[in-house]
Design a protein around this ligand. Sequence first.
Ligand code: SF4
Length: 620
Amino acid sequence: MPAAATQTTTELVAQVCGRFGHDRTRLMDMLWALQKALRGIDKATQALLAQELGTRRVVIEGMVSFYAFFTDRPTGRLAIRLCDDVIDRHAGMEEISRTLQQELGLGLEQTSADGLFSLHHTPCIGLSDQAPALLVNEVPVTRLTPERARELIRWLRRNPDPAGLAQTLVGDFAPLGDGCNADPLIHSLVENQIRLPGPVLFAEHRPFSGLQAALQQSPAQLIAELSRSGLRGRGGAGFPTGRKWDFTHRPPAERRYLICNADEGEPGTFKDRVLLTEKPDLLIEGMVIAARAIGCAEGIIYLRAEYEYLLAWLENRLAAARAAGWLGQAIGGVQGFDFDIRIQMGAGAYVCGEESALISSCEGLRGEPKNRPPFPAERGYLGCPTCVDNVETLACAARIFAEGADWFRALGTEQSSGSKLLSISGDCARPGVYEVEFGVSIAELLALVGAEQTGAVLVGGPSGQFIGADQFERRIGFEDLPTGGALLIFNQSRNLLQVVNHYLDFFIDESCGYCTPCRVGTVFMKKRMEKLVKGSAEPSDLDYLKNLGATLRASSRCGLGLTAPNPVLSTMEHFPMIYSALVKPPKDGQHAYFDIQAALEESRHLAKRRSMIYDVDYEN
Ligand code: SF4
């Protein structure tokens, strides 16, 4: 046993492993149990866990270092994670960060001497419509102001019990959120802000009526009906869902799996959060129908760590579905149709939104994307045919079987049937969730949300594209502007280059590092962007950025690398003036704008001395 490990830790590790049957595919759950109990999984604990599971410590270390919510150094009993997305910054996040640091007497990534608090920045936590926001452990706190941040810390000093936080913080501190956010199992400050309920997802629905209708049909009929509806995946890529179900159903296999992607990590997206809060039964219903069509007995909801505050609520809805006979054995009285769902918590890795990375994570591995082919429909979770659909897609499926494929097909446009949930945030009067039919224009949306003097809209989040005023007549849909659902609005006073640079940092941080074009290319892009911002770029730097972006798109292994150059490339295409204003041609063919002082700074730092030639006040 490692010297640093105590008997208590040894017992805890054994007990946690026992709880999950020493099944290494449940490593995420084991790490979560240890992280919660110990507030960090140090090297000694990693060694104990490896020993208990019969694996090497480096495997455990690889997991702990991969996921942002796991750490090998103890966090505070109250780990405060302040969202530092662009929208939060524009809403005053940096002042909140300074206030928290002053109030706590802590820097970022530091833990207070009494072990009570630690402070961290974190990417988008799915609350852009009520920014600035943070998490205290799993509890979201929204609409922060400096005064509110100070009040929060004082309140937490008086009531420092994380277990009781969700039950006691709200109410004293601020009113509860609306709708099911007020349910005792959620009890959260979060607001749904459903500004426009549409005809599909937020319409009246008799629970499990779609499933009852679906149980009258064979799996082949279900797949045919879904294909006829024209439903396409709501994650943004838009793969036809009926075809995906068919591909998963076809290969002969003893077991097949269905995974609901509730990772929703795209900055600026939060509509799945609202569906999980208000329509969990619709999601469960859609999953059961999918399971019937595909022929699988086990389903997983992969829930992002930032939405852990919804876990008890979702477990409760699963239990209610079991009690009603909609999950478990002989569902709806159909002998041989057995299906159940478990929830897999994620741990803060954007790349896990990519379906093969999400599968890796469910298997207890680092959330690294897998090579394709084989595709998940052929060989996915634990080597079995697996269908991965997102929350909105599965909820749509339930409505399609309740109302019929023709009803769904009649909504939206030719290639984009049905409605789309949009998460709208940024510079507008009414941020929130809007359910619109496909085909709505950006101009119509801007009017709807009360956006004025809009300079740019980021459609689909940073992996989507920036468009300017001359393109606001373009329409949401697979024919023109596909989107997973994020619409971020920037008024004319915002510095777009700063925004682009922020998202490059985001992609650099979130790259899993597996392939060189993504790992290195994003860093090189950032360096050129910095040169541009400093005013030392030449026209050739723009060509360099375009070529590098094209290389990333052509040679990256997964969607993260393929889309990482989008903020740069789409602003270069749609806002060329920003770039041309900053670029200067070289004089006499020389690099006239090379900044020798900036280039020397690093050498000064490394050599710990100054330059005899370039530092005029050089003395020794
Ligand atoms: S593209 Fe980036 S995130 Fe995707 S596998 Fe390669 S390094 Fe990892």
